[in-house]
Design a binder for this molecule. Structure first.
Ligand SMILES: Nc1ncnc2c1ncn2[C@@H]1O[C@H](COP(=O)(O)OP(=O)(O)OP(=O)(O)O)[C@@H](O)[C@H]1O
Length: 462
């Protein structure tokens, strides 16, 4: 879907994955459309308009993250999710808030790189096939030594004997045949030995989350320059070697500077940063923690207001990124956020608690609905599982009841319940000789009702 999609079209697409929550869908669709509108303005005007950020208010597991993530995916926008509480975990020196922008840029680089890799796939595959031919019919010719360096300039060919010529012709002929066989897929299982570069675990990874990311970032670059690249020989069948070599060749074909440049542009212009648990950094109750929690809000503020963050790919402006903050706001209210931050999140949407009917729909309707997923998984074992309407309703009802009785974890409960419900079937599936199995309300009750009746048990199992 393109960035030109109308709000209605965006909502339609979101409807394919998320049940209900129409206010939130609308707000997101409008926010996205506003970006497109902004792009069409004159430069002066455009610079004046910053995206209006969204605050999503709703209990856990009702689709806040899912909505934002889907939206980003629909329009191919780089997306990252962070938890505001991560920034306080280690007191004042929690994860440095700027890391959210760096995470976004990392995602953006990965996306652009994948896109570019895809563009050069055909060419890379051809080169990989050529390299396979060379591996299968290695050159016998010894490196001919130049008698003196000037030969190179005068383009003199070293003497060649008839034998050499014959051998060369023979080899060219064999390569041609092998190439044909490769193209016809006749050599897929043949083993070849290829050199692959080993991934070095970087200093940067070790420093992640330690509040020293900026330092880690610089050190990583320094280290990667210093460390020799290690390569390792691996023996692989042609079909796997081709994949590896295609990847290597594609990497050679793409211009990483261009990728970084584009990635930064995309992160700046269409990046979406989702800040979860924003209510947890309001911290009204604990006096001591209050200071540092408010500190986190103060740290987040300049990023949301627009600032320039240094990343290993270059400087990134956050002015036009879209920020979506979310929280349950059980203990605190949005008005407990510092006023400046409140002002930066002018669009407020409340997400609804999910009811039994919603659960029924979540189980069955979305393109990736849970029932569809389990059915597909079991079908790989040759079993066709069907669910009666009563069975589905009963599952939804149980999910709702358990949420009421224990913690309300929203739609996430459906996953734990389905897992338990189909546990035995999943275990025995390979040995089951039946072709179809119908899951009825009785089956659901048989598997789950004892657990549901026992609160302690359901707290652990469901
Ligand atoms: N309305 C919905 N429609 C379809 N699926 C949903 C809906 N709400 C939740 N889900 C599913 O439940 C799971 C959890 O949802 P999600 O991650 O969006 O929760 P959340 O509201 O962001 O909660 P938290 O703040 O705890 O992260 C996801 O797998 C999601 O697909």
């Amino acid at each position: 879907m393109s960035t030109k999609a109308t709000p209605k079209q965006i909502v339609e697409q979101l409807n394919r994955y998320i049940i209900g929550q129409s206010d939130a869908k609308k707000a997101l669709a409008v926010a996205l459309r506003n970006r497109y509108r902004r792009m069409k303005l004159s430069d002066d005007m455009r610079d004046e308009i910053v995206p209006k950020n969204i605050l999503m208010i709703g209990p856990t597991g009702v689709g806040k993250t899912e909505l934002a993530r889907r939206l980003a995916k629909l329009v191919g926008a780089p997306f990252t999710k962070v938890e505001a509480t991560k920034f306080t975990e280690v007191g004042y020196v929690g994860r440095d808030v700027e890391s959210m922008v760096r995470d976004l840029v990392d995602t953006s680089v990965r996306m652009v790189r994948e896109e570019k890799m895809l563009e050069v796939q055909t060419q890379a595959r051809e080169s990989a096939n050529q390299r396979l031919v060379e591996l299968l019919v290695p050159s016998k010719k010894k490196q001919t030594q130049m008698k003196n360096p000037l030969e190179m300039f005068f383009n003199q060919q070293p003497d060649q004997t008839d034998d050499d010529n014959e051998e060369e012709a023979d080899q060219a002929d064999r390569r041609r045949r092998v190439k044909e066989q490769l193209e016809q897929g006749q050599l897929e299982e043949q083993i070849v030995s290829i050199e692959v570069e080993e991934q070095q675990s970087s200093m940067f990874d070790m420093l992640q989350g330690s509040g020293m990311e900026q330092m880690g970032m610089n050190m990583q670059d320094a280290f990667s320059q210093l460390m020799p690249k290690k390569s390792k020989k691996r023996k692989l069948p042609v079909k796997e070697a081709r994949e590896v070599l295609t990847q290597v060749e594609a990497e050679k074909l793409i211009d990483m500077d261009e990728v970084h440049q584009l990635a930064i542009e995309q992160a700046e212009q269409s990046g979406i940063i989702f800040i979860d648990e924003i209510d947890k950094v309001c911290g009204k109750d604990e006096k001591q923690a209050n200071v540092s929690r408010e500190g986190v809000q103060r740290d987040i503020l300049p990023i949301v207001e627009g600032s320039t963050i240094v990343t290993k790919y270059g400087s990134v402006k956050t002015d036009y990124m879209l920020f979506i903050a979310a929280g349950a706001f059980h203990m605190a209210k949005p008005s407990d956020l510092i006023p400046e931050l409140q002002g930066r999140f002018p669009i407020r949407v409340e997400l609804n608690k999910l009811l039994i009917e919603d659960f029924v729909n979540i189980l069955t309707e979305p393109s990736n609905a849970i029932i569809k997923q389990y059915t597909a998984l079991l079908e790989t074992e040759g079993i066709k599982v069907t669910f009666t309407d009563e069975a589905i309703y009963r599952i939804a009802e149980i999910a709702y009841e358990v949420n009421q009785e224990t913690d309300n974890i929203g739609a996430r409960r459906l996953h734990t319940i389905m897992e338990k419900l189909l546990e035995d079937l999943s275990f025995e599936a390979p040995e089951i000789m039946m072709e179809t199995i119908e899951i009825t309300k009785n089956y659901v009750d048989e598997k789950l009702s004892t657990i549901v009746k026992n609160k302690d048990l359901s707290e652990y199992i469901l």
